[in-house]
Design a protein around this ligand. Structure first.
Ligand code: CU
Length: 551
């Protein structure tokens, strides 16, 4: 797969070389031609219209203000085939800016549609509209969410599924099921964030009040704030109707703000076949840890008629503080006869260590890949500290807290030929196309962090917990999996390798939303010369309040 990718890159490089030949006599021929890495327009165009608004809703019986897409809590599923072009027409009816980020989508040749305020776009203003339009030459299980402040924590998210008619497992399942897992708060995220970034929190992240499976759960209203009249106990759980003999591809997405889950279905094994777009060799599990931003596909065969619990256990042991009303066992009903009766099934009991992510080395790629040697590496350390002046606890990467520049995103600075960025932008620059980059993440905190890289997938070459150090001679360069969201263990390390072949500005951050806001964010500026050869659309340029010289 990789070699084909590299061949494509080589081909495109040679192709673009010939494209610029007619301009060879100009003083700067390269800047006069457009670098256009996406060449094929084979697929269909799939249009999705999103009207984003606020409203009240009670996903678990507790009524509160949430974000809605087309009047619904949790957005519609974006679904298409590999090679298609996705069009998302956004109408922003919020009283503030918003964006849509397609998590795990490479945005090759369209870095301005990655949807990250401060990095790849200015926000879509209140009462404004904007259209995202990008081709997807990848397949698998993804999701989309607002990348503006903490908006997705209030419900501004949904699944994004790309089918591949050539998927090697396509004959091994009959139907698909999406399982969207998330933690859930009974306060709006702005209130929680204000508290978190105040001296009173002492850096303790807000504890969820509940968890949801496909936007549903129940809540024991005796824990609701006293005098609260907006809570109804025993709300309806999510239900999955199995037909005996059918094989289901279950696409599991962790859409949380803060929570790692352990996912299982009583009485049924799960055969993992995909991790974040990469097809894997079949691997059977019963209890699957899944961290924030991660996705898996597993085939489950309906061969055990009855009534069963689907379980998503919230890993509350990783929290600094647990809300008293939180029941961390989130359940849905799996039924073979469309019954809503509560199952009496028992849970799988295989041991999963608290707050330790699924061991990526248990998974093997379906197709063998050649992992190239790295020619550049960055060590990134993760720390938190209490600011002496403000008494607010903030996060640092290499001792630097990220500060978002909403009005002048990094990519706009690149178009303005800026080459220096202030330290608080946490920029890592990669000049040369196809540079092979190692990221050595070193975690000095006593809890794990799920790190997500935009625009790329990385190989997970190795990882170790407390008391271990990265051993370069023992990295797995033979058969590592590739993904876009990996966990660095508590007091441990992780080595990730990616090929920098996608010009743009790409976020690299902890996906625990509170840690994003505390500054645990970096950005890779990849091939700025090639970014400047890509022409951004006019409506994208118009999003920024001030126009800069080169735009
Ligand atoms: Cu974190």
């Amino acid at each position: 797969m990789l070699s084909r990718k590299i061949l494509t890159q080589v081909f495109l490089f040679i192709y673009s070389f010939f494209l610029i030949l007619p301009n060879a006599s100009l003083s700067s021929p390269i800047s006069s031609s457009n670098y256009s890495p996406v060449q094929t327009q084979t697929g269909n165009v799939k249009v999705f219209n999103f009207t984003i608004s606020k409203g009240s809703y009670a996903p678990d019986g507790f009524n509160r203000n949430v974000h809605l897409i087309n009047g619904k809590f949790l957005g519609p599923t974006i679904e298409c085939d590999k090679g298609d072009t996705i069009v998302i027409n956004v109408i922003n009816e919020l009283d503030e800016d918003t964006t849509i980020h397609s998590h795990g989508i490479s945005q090759l040749g369209s870095p301005w549609y990655d949807g990250v305020p401060g990095q790849s776009q200015c926000g879509i203003p209140s009462n404004g509209t904007f259209t995202y339009k990008f081709q997807v030459n990848q397949s698998g299980t993804y999701w989309y969410h607002s990348h503006l402040k903490t908006q997705y924590v209030d419900g501004l998210s949904g699944p994004l599924i790309i089918h591949d008619p050539d998927d090697p497992y396509i004959k091994d399942y009959d139907e698909e099921i999406i399982v969207l897992l998330q933690d859930w708060y009974h306060n709006d995220s702005k209130t929680l964030l204000t508290y978190y970034l105040s001296p009173e929190s002492h850096g303790r992240e807000p504890s969820p009040d509940n968890g949801l499976i496909n936007g549903k759960n129940s809540y024991n209203c005796s824990f609701a704030p006293s005098g609260s009249s907006n809570c109804v106990s025993n709300a309806t759980l999510a239900q999955f109707n199995f037909v005996q003999g059918k094989r289901y591809r279950i696409r599991i997405i962790n859409n949380s703000a803060f929570t790692a889950f352990v996912f299982s279905i009583d009485g049924h094994s799960m055969n993992i076949i995909e991790v974040e777009g990469m097809i894997t060799q079949n691997h059977t599990v019963h209890r699957l840890p899944i961290n924030v931003g991660q996705r898996y596909s597993a085939i489950v065969t309906a061969d055990n008629p009855g009534q069963f619990w689907m379980r998503a256990e919230m890993e509350t042991k990783c929290y600094n503080y647990v809300s008293p009303g939180l029941n961390p066992l989130i359940k849905a009903i799996v039924t073979y006869n469309n019954s809503t009766d509560p199952p009496s099934s028992t849970a799988w009991n295989e041991n999963v260590t608290d707050c330790v992510d699924f061991n990526a080395s248990d998974l093997k790629p379906y197709n063998t890949q050649n992992v190239p040697d790295a020619n550049l590496n960055f060590t990134i350390t993760i720390e938190f500290y209490k600011d002496k002046k403000t008494n607010i606890t903030l996060g640092t990467l290499n001792n630097s807290t990220y500060v978002i520049d909403l009005k002048y995103p990094t990519i706009n600075k690149v178009y303005d030929n800026l080459t220096q960025f202030t330290a608080d932008q946490n920029v890592f620059s990669i000049e040369k196309n196809n540079t092979v980059v190692d990221i050595i993440l070193q975690n000095y905190k006593t809890y794990e962090h799920p790190f997500h890289l935009h625009g790329h997938v990385f190989w997970v070459l190795g990882s170790g917990g407390s008391g271990t150090t990265p051993d370069y001679n023992n990295l797995n360069t033979k058969d590592p999996i590739q993904r876009d969201s990996a966990t660095v263990p508590a007091l441990g390390w992780t080595v990730l390798r990616f090929v920098s072949n996608n010009p743009g500005v790409w976020g690299f951050h902890c996906h625990l939303e509170w840690h994003v806001e505390a500054g645990l964010v970096a950005q890779f500026v990849t091939q700025p010369d090639l970014i400047r050869q890509l022409t951004p659309p006019d409506d994208w340029k118009a999003l920024c309040p001030q126009q800069h010289s080169k735009l």
